[in-house]
Write a new protein. Structure first.
Lengths: 324, 295
């Protein structure tokens, strides 16, 4: 299967034996992220955080259900368009705009998930890719998205009527809160009985079915959850960058999130976060080199698949012999 | 001027022809994908990049070696096919024991590398490629002008597809291939060199993509990204036809090209999406595709 061995910790009661390491790792991550904006350019960090949440949501499917969605950009992008349109044309406050985008992605997740979930493996990847491409053409032609221009100059507004998001630090901590909320929700999901069933389906679907679990329904719920949180990332990203554009719905974006998750470590809790930060840094660093970015990404793909399938966090976890 | 359903026949047949041309490429590309998928169980994401390499090979042959279209038609598929064989031997081979998704990810990465390198070298604008002198001009069929080159593309790809179908479904070599698709270890036990067969099959599928690329060079311009979006449409074609079905991919390839052409006439807004909509509908009724079997 896709996952490296040792991703699923044994569960004894609600607190897992290995849970402590993850709590420590989580605490380190929070400290780093709180301190980071005082050292590093906040806008870059916010971008990375949005993608980290996106990759974590994507990882729920590939890492814990074994489903490779190759069209996940559609959830990121559709939420971005909805949030941007709601904030700009309807004057919604940012929290409602983001929520609107999140819900849109969730609903889209139900539709696409219901169509795709009946197939497995490569078929699933193919179908999600094609459906996402269909939505791409819809966004390209729809009036409200502004076609090639996208929706620009989206107002950031005042979050919950309290936090003025025009201040870059305020914006950063709101994004960090959203990211941590999404991250914890996913962490909880993975370690819940529901998550255990997902892993059972990943490992041996017929056996899970024979135990009485409706695999399709579990997969659909996981798919919708993943789509919804991708939407949360997309909506937040649109508010942060005050922009929603075709880049976020294009299939190259779907490939990018696969790359982040693969590089960080499929089926690890922290892997997608690390992967997202690495990929976004690389893009930042290589931005002036044009098409070389694509080449470098492709090479990372090839190297990861051939020799580095556990990813960064997966390798670290193997060294300390504790799941991360 | 004669009209059908309020559409001038000239426009109708013009779009039908374009549809048929696109269908030829869909059929050749989805055929290659199907052949590769059947034996290797991987979706070759680099197929679009290999199609583009075929077109560039034709361009290089003309620019650097002075060899024209007809030479390119022979040499380009061989060269690109050989590159495919090297990829299979050095990289894909290591992944057969793993989940098939890794094959998809590897070829996706390769596609990014290849397309990125070509874009660095040649930019994103197209390079022109002339129609061979033997096939310029066109003939008047009474209701429309049929350009010779386009007629040639349709006929040539039809012949290629049918020949491939014949070899796989009706010859002894094809019987080995089909048997190996069903149960590779058993076929190997009978003394057939299955790993070599897998290598050659991948090379053949890639060569087919390159051949389509040479055919496409005079119609579309030679462009580093010419295969990037096309391949996603072809994936949808493969899903509709049923993955791994040889006849299915040929028939659906041509049929969907024509459907797309007709959509351009009657409802142009949907012409980009019609294939994906059909895919969604087919999946609702038959999750394994029109000609597919349960795997």
């Amino acid at each position: 299967m896709v996952t490296a061995s040792g991703t699923a910790p044994p569960v004894y009661g609600t607190l897992t034996v290995s849970g402590r390491h993850q709590v420590v790792a989580f605490a380190i991550m929070v400290v780093l992220l709180v301190a980071a904006p005082f050292v590093i350019y906040p806008l870059f960090l916010m971008k990375a955080l949005c993608f980290a949440l996106f990759a974590c949501a994507f990882n729920l499917l590939i890492g814990y259900v074994g489903l490779l969605s190759f069209g996940h950009a559609v959830f990121l992008g559709s939420a971005g368009y909805t949030s941007a349109h709601a904030a700009k044309a309807w004057g919604w406050p940012p929290e409602l705009a983001i929520l609107g985008g999140t819900v849109t992605a969730g609903v889209l997740g139900i539709v696409i998930g219901a169509l795709a979930i009946r197939s497995k493996g490569i078929y699933f990847a193919n179908i999600t890719l094609a459906l996402a491409q269909m939505m791409y053409f819809f966004f390209l032609q729809a009036k409200f998205t502004g076609g090639e221009d996208g929706i620009q100059a989206v107002p950031r507004g005042v979050f919950l009527g309290l936090f003025d998001l025009r201040g870059v630090m305020t914006m950063y901590f709101v994004v960090l809160a959203i990211f941590l909320g999404g991250f914890l929700l996913l962490y909880r999901t993975i370690h819940s009985p529901f998550g255990q069933v997902l892993k059972a389906i990943r490992e041996h679907e017929p056996r899970a079915v024979s135990l009485g679990y409706s695999a399709e329904r579990y997969k659909l719920v996981a798919f919708v959850l993943s789509a919804t949180l991708s939407g949360l990332a997309g909506g937040t990203k649109a508010i942060v960058f005050q922009l929603a554009s075709l880049t976020d719905v294009h299939w190259t974006m779907s490939g990018e999130v696969v790359l982040m998750t693969l590089l960080g470590g499929l089926g690890t809790v922290f892997g997608p976060v690390v992967g997202a930060f690495i990929v976004i840094s690389l893009e930042n660093y290589l931005a002036q080199l044009g098409a070389w970015v694509t080449v470098v990404q492709g090479v990372i793909f090839v190297v990861c698949v051939l020799t580095f399938r556990r990813g960064v966090v997966g390798e670290v976890a193997r060294l300390i012999r504790k799941p991360l | 001027m004669t009209t059908v359903f309020g559409i001038p026949t000239q426009a109708l047949f013009g779009q039908l022809l374009i549809g048929l041309i696109n269908g030829s490429f869909y059929a050749m590309l989805s055929l290659g994908l199907s052949v590769i998928f059947g034996l290797l169980n991987i979706i070759n994401f680099a197929h679009g990049a290999q199609y583009m390499m075929g077109a560039f090979a034709a361009y290089f042959l003309l620019q650097w070696a002075g060899l024209g279209y007809w030479w390119a038609l022979v040499i380009a598929p061989i060269v690109v096919g050989l590159i495919g064989i090297v990829i299979e031997r050095t990289m894909l081979k290591r992944l057969y024991a793993l989940d098939h998704l890794y094959g998809l990810l590897l070829t996706f990465g390769l596609a990014l590398v290849i397309q990125g390198l070509f874009r660095n070298q040649f930019g994103s604008s197209g390079l022109p490629f002339q129609i061979p002198p033997e096939l310029t001009g066109g003939r008047n069929l009474g209701f429309m002008i049929l350009p010779n080159y386009r007629a040639w593309v349709v006929v040539f790809s039809l012949v290629t597809c049918l020949a491939t179908w014949y070899v796989i479904e009706r010859t002894k070599l094809g019987a080995y291939l089909r048997a190996a698709t069903e149960n590779p270890s058993l076929v190997q036990a009978f003394g057939v060199n299955v790993p070599r067969m897998i290598t050659l099959t991948y090379g053949f599928g890639v060569a087919l993509a390159a051949l389509a690329g040479v055919l496409a060079a005079p119609i579309y311009q030679v462009n580093p990204l010419m295969g990037a979006d096309l391949i996603i449409v072809v994936f949808a074609v493969v899903v509709i036809g049923g993955m791994g079905s040889i006849a299915g991919s040929i028939i659906t390839g041509f049929a969907l090209g024509i459907v797309e052409g007709l959509t351009k006439v009657f409802y142009p807004e949907a012409s980009n999406t019609v294939i994906f909509v059909i895919m969604a509908l087919v999946l609702l009724v038959r999750p394994t595709g029109l000609f597919g079997r349960d795997r």
